[in-house]
Ligand binder design. Structure first.
Ligand code: SF4
Length: 217
């Protein structure tokens, strides 16, 4: 942890990125409903946060239980979630996940990573989001931003989000785990963007060695 400036960086970023501005999924943990969090997470994949919020609201107004979603005709479901992108694939996943929850888990979202990962369509990130935001577990959901930024900061040197999760578990003090995803997703969307990050506006610029950062603003 030496020389990585993790504590000062987390202090600055926590202050900079207010909880109220966090992603829809982050905010859902205030009043957790595991099924809604799981479905919103599946809808959020490869989609913008504004869309996730809009589409989730639209869908939950019609159906917000595994039984209700499994009964929606496929065409109607596709139409409801159309603007989240990849709507055909997502509607299949939503149907399958709902049916599996009914069949194997008594219509309840399971609370262990092993069980969550046993459902087709639920990957590592989604499982960790559900565990963290629905069940309050101390885990690190890692998306592209949570993977890219700690590498740029020189905290870790990893090739995949899975490697990043394991590496961060070793160096990030647990007191930061709950807020890490929310802060880094927002940071990655607004400042430390994948291409040409805004280093000139970055609140932690002085701590950052900018590993493998090419063009920047
Ligand atoms: S200085 Fe640039 S590369 Fe480093 S964290 Fe900030 S925006 Fe990202």
């Amino acid at each position: 942890m030496k020389n990585k400036n993790i504590s000062p960086i987390m202090k600055v970023l926590t202050k900079h990125f207010d909880f109220k501005e966090r992603t829809t999924l982050n905010r859902m943990r205030e009043n957790p409903n595991a099924f809604k969090i799981l479905i919103s997470c599946l809808l959020s994949l490869r989609s913008r946060d504004e869309n996730t919020e809009k589409v989730s609201k639209k869908l939950f107004a019609v159906a917000d239980t595994p039984e209700e979603i499994s009964k929606i005709p496929t065409k109607k479901l596709e139409k409801l979630i159309f603007s989240s992108g990849h709507y055909k694939k997502k509607s299949q996943t939503l149907k399958h996940v709902s049916e599996d929850l009914i069949k194997r888990f008594n219509s309840k979202v399971p609370s262990t990573k092993e069980e969550l990962l046993s459902i087709k369509g639920i990957g590592q990130k989604t499982a960790n989001i559900v565990l963290a935001f629905a069940f309050g577990e101390l885990v690190l959901p890692i998306d592209i931003h949570c993977h890219r930024i700690p590498n740029r900061l020189g905290w870790i040197k990893t090739k995949t989000p899975e490697e990043t999760e394991k590496a961060l578990e070793k160096i990030l003090p647990k007191k930061h785990w709950r807020e890490f995803n929310g802060i880094f997703v927002l940071f990655g969307k607004t400042i430390c963007q994948p291409i040409s990050p805004w280093c000139s506006k970055c609140p932690i610029e002085k701590y950052c060695p900018k590993i493998n950062v090419g063009k920047r603003r």
